[in-house]
Design a protein around this ligand. Structure first.
Ligand SMILES: [Fe+2]
Ligand SMILES: [Fe+2]
Length: 483
């Protein structure tokens, strides 16, 4: 009898999918493993490969105690294959197969559509590790360094999760796709990653925090949609990935929050009350709030692009065939088929922003994006509460969904963060008011100094309120190896 809660360590690859008795897949994964390690060493964190990092490793899929913390060298991290426990008698939650038993194998008719979705999801996982490759060199503290590496090893595990699905359920094509996932490279001219936001740079730690807050949250929403899949193994793997994803967004939210906190403290100590007095604030060695807002604008809008076109027949097909559901599909009170339902979608027509009701089936992407925006608003409100608590008069805002878009109905539309339509020339002239300029980037870069003394923090960021795994403030989260 297979133990599906605790993880088996009797093969090189920890798993709860019975790999030791599934020789074919075990062999395929073992064949893929050296390439993965090569990729990690060549494209993952630059340096630190010999250092001991205090990391959590998944050792169970029991929600009450699934992880253990210990020092580990990153290349020796136990990346494993973990699926959430099977729900007994699970049914397909939406579309034309509504109510039928969930599939344990991929139905032939949906094979290529399903493979494409798994490959796209899989491609984002190593991409973010590549984007964050150099951040270790400018870590503001050991605590932050450890958090970066935690996020990185878990994105690595998410890649394993998708590779397992490809190798197990998609035969030869799946194995080829698994190899390709290690060949594309974020930002590469010849073989870029599949989605735009995953080819952008993550040049500094504020970008990292914005990325983990906004872009990992897109990841959360995509995983939520796939967790509703009628294809049960995909649903189970995504459900477990969501447990890990929560920490990535925590790193982002608290990272931005600590940056804001430090800025407000420095302003108060210097008696600066005007948050737009940028030169004076920057002279204190902290990042002014308007610049933090620009970073927010950038990462939020890049993340909105990841949801694809507002109206999409591909998305309709994925929903209708039961491959992908809506956010919290089983909790929605409707027919789950969207036979006659409509959904409001905003459009940009002849220089005007209009709202149009379209068949809800075609607006699946838009709905998921709306759910995302609502979810993303929570942290923004908490950042504002922090600013207020510090007595500073400034409010962070999510920009309008038509601002700075490269995909969908608002692609290249000259719309301000407030949602006003202006001329293309005005927009171009005012771009640097809303998005980080080269000078902003240079300034932030100038603050990125490495701090590796336990318990100490770079001047632009406040310490966290609690340690990871309840460790004390001066805990040595990374033991830097003395060469
Ligand atoms: Fe991930
Ligand atoms: Fe993530």
């Amino acid at each position: 009898m297979l133990d599906l809660i605790n993880v088996s360590y009797d093969t090189q690859i920890p798993n709860n999918v019975g790999l030791s008795s599934d020789r074919r897949i075990l062999k395929a994964l073992e064949k893929w493993h050296p390439g993965y390690i090569n990729w990690w060493k060549g494209s993952g964190p630059d340096g630190f490969l010999e250092d001991l990092v205090y990391l959590r490793t998944a050792v169970s899929v029991d929600p009450k105690g699934w992880a253990k913390f210990d020092y580990v060298k990153m290349p020796e991290y136990r990346w494993g294959i973990l699926l959430a426990p099977q729900v007994e008698d699970r049914r397909i939650p939406c579309g034309e197969h509504l109510g039928e038993p969930a599939w344990q194998e991929v139905p032939g008719e949906y094979r290529s559509l399903m493979r494409r979705l798994v490959v796209i999801q899989g491609d984002t996982e190593p991409a973010s590790v590549e984007q964050q490759r150099f951040l270790g060199k400018t870590a503001p503290s050991l605590y932050d360094l450890r958090n970066l590496f935690q996020v990185n090893v878990e994105e690595g595990r998410h890649l394993w999760a998708m590779v397992y699905i490809l190798q197990k359920y998609f035969g030869k094509d799946g194995r080829e796709e698994a190899d390709e996932l290690l060949l594309r490279q974020s930002g590469s001219a010849e073989k870029p990653r599949m989605l735009g936001a995953f080819n952008e740079e993550t040049p500094d730690w504020l970008s990292f925090f914005m990325f983990t807050y906004f872009t990992d949250r897109d990841g959360k929403m995509q995983l939520e949609a796939l967790a509703q899949s009628g294809f049960d193994p995909l649903s189970r793997t995504c459900r477990f990935m969501l447990t890990e994803e929560a920490h990535h967004m925590f790193v982002g939210e608290t990272g931005v929050g600590r940056t804001i906190q430090r800025t407000c403290e420095a302003m108060n100590a210097a008696g600066i009350t005007d948050p737009t007095d940028i030169d004076k604030i920057r002279a204190l060695g902290v990042i002014d709030l308007p610049t933090i807002q620009k970073k927010l604008n950038l990462h939020y809008t890049l993340s909105l692009d990841l949801f694809g076109s507002e109206v999409s027949t591909n998305a309709a097909n994925a929903f209708n065939s039961g491959i992908k559901g809506r956010y919290q599909e089983t909790k929605i009170d409707d027919d789950h088929r969207l036979k006659d339902a409509t959904y409001p979608v905003s459009e940009y027509v002849n220089g005007k922003i209009l709202l149009r009701e379209v068949p809800a089936l075609t607006a699946i992407n838009m709905r998921l994006r709306d759910d995302y925006s609502k979810d993303a608003l929570g942290g923004v409100k908490r950042w504002n509460a922090l600013i207020k608590k510090n007595g500073v008069a400034f409010e962070m805002k999510l920009p309008h969904g038509g601002f700075h878009r490269q995909i969908g109905a608002f692609k290249d539309a000259p719309i301000t963060p407030e949602g006003d339509v202006i001329s293309a020339d005005d927009w171009a002239a005012r771009r640097d008011e809303w998005l980080p300029s080269t000078a902003d980037g240079d300034f932030i870069q100038s603050l990125m100094v490495t701090v590796l003394e336990p318990g100490e923090y770079a001047g632009w960021i406040a310490p966290p309120r609690v340690g990871i795994d309840n460790k004390p403030g001066d805990f040595e989260y990374v033991q830097i190896h003395q060469a």
